[in-house]
Each structure stands twice: as C-alpha cells, then as structure tokens.
Ligand binder design. Structure first.
Ligand SMILES: [Zn+2]
Ligand SMILES: [Zn+2]
Length: 342
C-alpha cells in the first residue's frame, strides 16, 4: 500500500471537469480553454472535491460494466479514508489510505500534477535565469479526423517533432515542456492539443509560426500563443491536462477502454535544451522554490504544531471522502474566525 502526502490548503491547483462551450464562430476548435481557467478558479474547494468524487464513481461504474473489477475496486478504495491534519479551519496535510495510480483518477491526477510542478518549477526558474529566455504558453492544434485517441496523439506529437527540426523553431525556441490534452466533440472526433511552455529567445511574427505549423501538419495553422507572466501559474495551467482529460465526466465505456489501452503513452515531456538542462540540474542547489518549501513545511508538521496560516494548534482527523466534503462545506459556510470543527 502506498502512502502519499497531499497538501491541499497551501497550494491551490484548479482542476477542470467540464469543457466550456466555444463561443467564437471562427476557429471554434481552439475554444476558450486557454482563458477559461479563470472561471473555473471560482469553484469552491468542496465543489471541486464533489466533482472528483462524482468522476470516480462514474469511472468505477464504467469499469464494472467492462468487467474491470479490479480497477473498479481500486478506484473505490483510492482516497476513501483520509488522515487530515487541520486546525479546524485550514488543512495542512491530507494523507490518503490508498492511491490507485490510475491515469484517469482525478485524485491521483492531482497528486501527479503537483509532483510535476514540484519537480519542474525550480528547473524552469533556473533555466530562465541562466539563459535569459522568456516563457510563453503555446497551444498547437490539428484538424480532426476519424481516428483513435492514440492515433490522434501520435499525429500531433509527430508534427511537433518535425516542427522542432525546422530552422525557424531552433532560431526562436530554446526548449520547454509539452503536455497532451484530449477532448472529443459531440461527433466523436478527437481534438488533441499540445500545450507547450516554450522558452522564447526573442520575439517573432506569429504568422510565421502559423505557416511553419501548417508546413509540418499539412492542414492546420491553428495555434494560440500568449506570454506567461508567472511561471508557476503557467506550469500549473499546462500540467492540469496531464492530470486528466477535461471531458472525463462524459466518458462512455469505449472511452475508458481506450484509456486503459493507452497505459504507456507519455502525456508530458521536455524538449530542446531545457531537456538537457533538467538532466544536469541538481535539485539540492535550489532554495528559492515556494512550492517545495510549502510541501516540505507541510511534511514536517505534526499534531500540536501551530497552523501555518492561523497559528491555532493542529490536530488529526480520520475522515471518509464524504466526511471530507462536508468538512470543506463547513469551513466554507462558517465566517472567518469561527471554527467549524464539529
Ligand atoms: Zn486514484
Ligand atoms: Zn489554521
């Protein structure tokens, strides 16, 4: 049984469940995803927890239907009992009894994306300092075809590999990270996007990048580029796609089956000089990373320690996932200062 630590209170990690309806008439398949994180952030913690619970129940039912009894059982046990270290108002740490590690599990996905953030944020900061490059969030899309998720992913990754070989790309990008995002439209066509945190050497004309992307894909020029102001937020935005697909609540049995088959597909990676930088980067050299600091802070806390947020003494609670949900709701409905520990 694997034990793991999740500090939920100090670092907020927004997770999306429902894709928004694209409002624009042109280029609808590059919908509003890049900007809608904003709205999703407004969901309360209990709403996000409830959505995760529903997603798991949904997946578990689908798994039973497919005869994947072991998977269903794992999903049901995952994060079902939790050791919560709290002051009654803030949560310093949550330790789940069991983690299923299934790729689509929203609880495990959250942990996975946090791990990625802890690992890559210091390296990104180090790389930016060292090379004087600026980060951008680039979304690459491709036209939809009748194909499997796997084929769709391979197609866009192959296009990206070709893009990286081109002179234009080498001239302007010094590397970065990529992650895959899957969605499916109502006609059952896969929309696969690549989200790239790219380290840009200098400014360039977006139209040039468009024509380069068209040259390697053969039929797509649709992309979106925006500067990243805060690298921590930028990284958080792209790793959320690694934690789970946005359309998971609309999954049918066939989708789940397809994902079980994708077991070994990489959803996140590094490229270019950033990849080499990561290999040689010594994590112990880094001391300016807020995420790691908070994580290690939470790890050192025990019952009786002062809450890092309000200094009230921390105590241990054993909760089921439903009880945790009600605990969150209690915190959200009680005015600041009044502690809801019942
Ligand atoms: Zn899980
Ligand atoms: Zn507190």
């Amino acid at each position: 049984m694997k034990q793991s630590t999740l500090s939920t209170d100090f670092i907020s990690s927004p997770l999306l469940t429902v894709p928004s309806q694209a409002k624009t008439t042109e280029r609808t398949y590059l919908d509003t995803r890049v900007t809608k994180t904003h709205r999703d952030n407004k969901r309360t913690r209990s709403q996000r927890a409830r959505a995760r619970l529903h997603t798991k129940e949904h997946l578990s039912r689908l798994a039973v239907g497919l005869g994947e009894v072991e998977l269903a059982d794992k999903l049901e046990r995952c994060h079902s009992r939790l050791a919560v270290l709290t002051c009654g108002r803030h949560i310093a740490r949550i330790i789940p009894n069991f983690t299923c590690e299934f790729r689509l599990c929203p609880d495990c996905g959250r942990r996975r994306s946090r791990k990625l953030q802890n690992k890559y944020l210091p390296m990104m900061r180090g790389f930016m300092l060292h090379h004087k490059v600026t980060p951008v969030h680039l979304v690459l899309t491709q036209t939809h075809r009748k194909e499997t998720r796997k084929q769709s992913a391979k197609r866009i990754k192959d296009s990206f590999t070709r893009l990286q070989r081109r002179g234009f790309w080498k001239q302007y990008f010094k590397g970065g990270t990529w992650s895959l995002e899957f969605t499916k439209d109502k006609n059952g066509l896969h929309h696969t996007h690549l989200h790239i945190v790219g380290f840009r050497r200098k400014f360039f004309d977006i139209e040039l990048l468009r024509s380069e992307w068209l040259a390697v894909t053969g039929d797509s020029h649709v992309l979106n580029l925006k500067p990243i102001q805060d690298i921590a937020a930028g990284l958080r935005e792209v790793v959320k796609y690694v934690s789970k697909p946005l359309d998971i609540r609309r999954f049918g049995a066939a989708d789940l089956k397809e994902f079980i088959g994708l077991k070994n597909m990489r959803m996140f990676g590094t490229f270019g000089e950033f990849r080499d930088f990561c290999k040689s980067f010594d994590q112990s050299d880094n001391d300016g990373d807020e995420v790691s600091e908070l994580e290690s802070l939470a790890r050192d806390l025990t019952e009786g320690c002062a809450c890092p947020k309000c200094a009230a003494p921390l105590f241990d609670l054993r909760l089921s996932s439903d009880e945790l949900l009600r605990f969150y709701e209690g915190i959200e409905s009680s005015p600041p200062g009044k502690v809801g520990t019942s």
